[in-house]
Design a protein. Structure first.
Length: 282
């Protein structure tokens, strides 16, 4: 393998240790992350469980609200409204996707901007677009932290983000385009013509489409940084967007899957929770 491995587990541990120190120096206030999970999807349950475990390691408290898969829109909204009004809760995360039949938009928009540790509400997204301070979606933040940690040049670099979701692709494209990061960003998606040619132009490739192993070695410019955010559930288990073994022979940097962007999402969620607590005067 020629590529440098971008190790999300070790950077996550470093970030969490730093958070634990900061919280201790603040006198260990009870900084609380609340999660809401609707339904009994196995992988979602595991993600949420690891968010709570890592919150504990960072010196935070956490609270979980599980609702049955047949919960109504009103029931889900009532839980989020209660957390929004509770001054002992500093961050609220509603695990997505919600089961079919539930509309996530009105649920997310009940989260006050200062508790929106996922950066998904209209106000948080608006602040991101307007370049104003606010909480930003955790997975895109985690990608930036990895690029920074591994000194991947971004200024003037061509970045191609494959996937345009509001959770990852869209906010990440905006962050890569920001002053200080200064990449030239292309958002590619399922209707992009000649995807291979578009990706081949990139110094930084982010796979965030949820299409198993769609980014193959022939699509990658030698020396490029390749970041895998994709999650596809296949018979072989959970698979990323990048054909790792072959791409690692061409790329300059690559994230493993698992152990790349997943752990970084959790680290940045906890960073956001500390920021949220501070926004609320702690
Ligand atoms: N589902 C998969 N990733 C995420 C995430 O980062 N936040 C939320 N809320 N749901 C998710």
């Amino acid at each position: 393998m020629t590529a440098t491995l971008m190790d999300g587990n070790s950077l996550r541990d470093e970030i969490i240790a730093g958070l634990a120190t900061q919280i201790e120096q603040m006198g260990s206030p009870a900084i609380c992350l609340a999660t809401v999970l609707v339904g009994d999807d196995g992988p979602s349950q595991r993600y949420v469980k690891s968010k709570h475990k890592k919150a504990g390691e960072a010196g935070m408290v956490s609270r979980h609200h599980g609702l049955d898969a047949d919960a109504t829109q009103e029931e889900v909204e009532a839980v989020v409204r209660e957390l929004a009004d509770d001054p002992s809760v500093h961050g609220i995360l509603v695990q997505l996707p919600l089961p079919d039949g539930l509309d996530p938009e009105p649920v997310l928009d009940l989260i006050p901007a200062e508790k929106d540790v996922d950066g998904l509400t209209e106000r948080s997204m608006g602040r991101l677009v307007r370049n104003r301070p606010g909480l930003v979606s955790c997975t895109p933040l985690g990608v930036l932290r990895l690029l920074e940690k591994y000194s991947v040049p971004t200024s003037g670099a061509r970045a191609v983000v494959v996937g345009r979701s509001t959770l990852v692709g869209l906010p990440l494209s905006l962050l890569l385009n920001r002053k200080g990061v200064d990449a030239t960003v292309t958002m590619a998606h399922s209707r992009t013509a000649d995807m291979a040619a578009v990706v081949r132009e990139a110094d930084i490739v982010v796979g965030a489409a949820g299409q198993a192993r769609m980014i193959t070695a022939d699509m990658v410019k030698p020396g490029a940084a390749v970041i895998d955010v994709g999650v596809s559930r296949t018979e072989a288990g959970i698979v990323g967007d990048v054909d790792f073994d072959a791409v690692a022979e061409v790329a300059g940097w690559i994230t493993p899957m698992p152990g790349g962007t997943g752990p970084m999402t959790i680290a940045c969620l906890l960073e956001n929770t500390l920021t949220a607590a501070r926004l609320q005067g702690l």
